[in-house]
Design a protein around this ligand. Structure first.
Ligand code: 5GP
Ligand code: 5GP
Ligand code: 5GP
Length: 220
C-alpha cells in the first residue's frame, strides 16, 4: 500500500533529567536504571517555521496503535533508556503515547522509530551526563551552573549547540535543568546544527541552574 510521506524539516531528540521531572511531577519513587543518566523523552518531527501551537506534525494516524510484538526485541533497552517516570503511565503506555503523537508522523515503522531513537541515545556523543561531567558539571543538590557553561559543555561534547529547557522546583523555586533538545536530520539519523530556537525557561545569567539528585528534599 502507498503510504504518504509526512513532510517536516528536522527532528528533536529530547532527553530528560529524571530528578528534575520528579521535582514537579508525581514520579515513580525509585529513579529508573541507570542512575545518574538522562532518559529518553522522545523523537519529534518538527517544522523550522512552526505555526503557533503546532511545532511539528502530530498524530498522523490515529488507527496505528503501538503493537508490543513489533518492539519485543527492544523492550530491554527501552526499559533502561526510555522508562516512563510518570506515576500515571506505565512504560508501554508512554511508548504508545509517543508513537501515536510523534512516531506516526516520523515516516518510520514502529520498530524503526524505537530502534532509531535508541541508536541516538546510546551514541557516546549523545551521552549528556558524561559530556557534562567532562566539563565538571555534575549532579548535585548544592552546585549550580550558568546557562552558558551548560550550553557550551553540550556543544563541545555533542558537536552542536542544543536547546536546553529548565523547570522550576515547586518546593523551593530553584531552577533545574530538565530537558536537552538535540536537532537531528529528518531521517532520525544524525545530529545536526540547530536552526530552531525555543523558550528555555532557564535564567539568563548567573550560576543558577541545578542538575539535582534524588531525593531533592528531605520531605521526599
Ligand atoms: P511541554 O509543554 O511540556 O514543553 O511539551 C508538551 C508536549 O508537547 C511534549 O511532550 C511534546 O509532545 C510536545 N512538544 C513540546 N515541544 C515540542 C517541540 O518543539 N516539537 C514537537 N514536535 N513537539 C513538542
Ligand atoms: P508529550 O506529549 O509531552 O510527548 O508526552 C508527555 C506525556 O507523557 C504526558 O502526558 C506525561 O504525563 C506522560 N509521561 C509519561 N512518562 C513520562 C516521562 O517520563 N516524562 C515526561 N516528560 N512525560 C511522561
Ligand atoms: P551566560 O551569561 O549564562 O554565561 O551565557 C548565556 C549565553 O547563552 C548568552 O550568550 C545568551 O545569549 C545565550 N542564550 C541563548 N539562548 C538562551 C536562553 O534561552 N537562555 C539564556 N539564559 N541564555 C541563552
Amino acid at each position: 500500500s502507498a503510504v504518504e510521506e509526512v513532510k517536516f524539516d528536522f527532528m528533536y531528540f529530547v532527553q530528560q533529567w529524571p530528578a528534575s521531572y520528579c521535582a514537579t511531577n508525581p514520579c515513580r519513587a525509585k529513579p529508573p536504571p541507570p542512575a545518574g543518566a538522562f532518559t529518553i523523552h522522545g523523537l519529534w518531527p518538527n517544522y523550522l517555521k512552526p505555526t503557533p501551537g503546532k511545532p511539528g506534525p502530530e498524530n498522523c494516524n490515529s488507527s496505528d496503535h503501538l503493537n508490543p510484538s513489533q518492539i519485543q526485541d527492544l523492550v530491554n533497552p527501552l526499559t533502561q533508556q526510555w522508562p516512563s517516570l510518570s506515576r500515571a503511565m506505565n512504560n508501554l503506555e508512554f511508548w504508545g503515547h509517543e508513537w501515536q503523537k510523534h512516531g506516526t508522523c516520523s515516516n518510520f515503522n514502529q520498530h524503526g522509530y524505537f530502534n532509531a531513537t535508541l541508536a541516538l541515545k546510546i551514541k557516546p556523543s549523545n551521552d549528556i551526563a558524561k559530556i557534562l561531567a567532562e566539563s565538571h558539571i555534575v549532579p548535585s543538590n548544592k552546585n549550580a551552573y550558568g546557562f552558558g557553561e551548560i550550553s557550551d559543555a553540550v556543544a563541545k561534547g555533542t558537536g552542536f549547540r542544543a536547546n536546553l529547557q529548565c523547570i522550576k522546583d515547586k518546593a523551593n523555586g530553584e531552577t533545574l535543568l530538565y530537558q536537552v533538545y538535540q536537532c537531528v536530520d529528518r531521517f532520525g539519523k544524525n545530529v545536526v546544527r540547530c536552526e530552531a530556537k525555543m523558550e528555555s525557561h532557564c535564567p539568563a545569567s548567573g550560576k543558577r541552574i541545578k542538575l539535582p539528585v534524588l531525593p531533592l528534599h528531605s520531605a521526599l
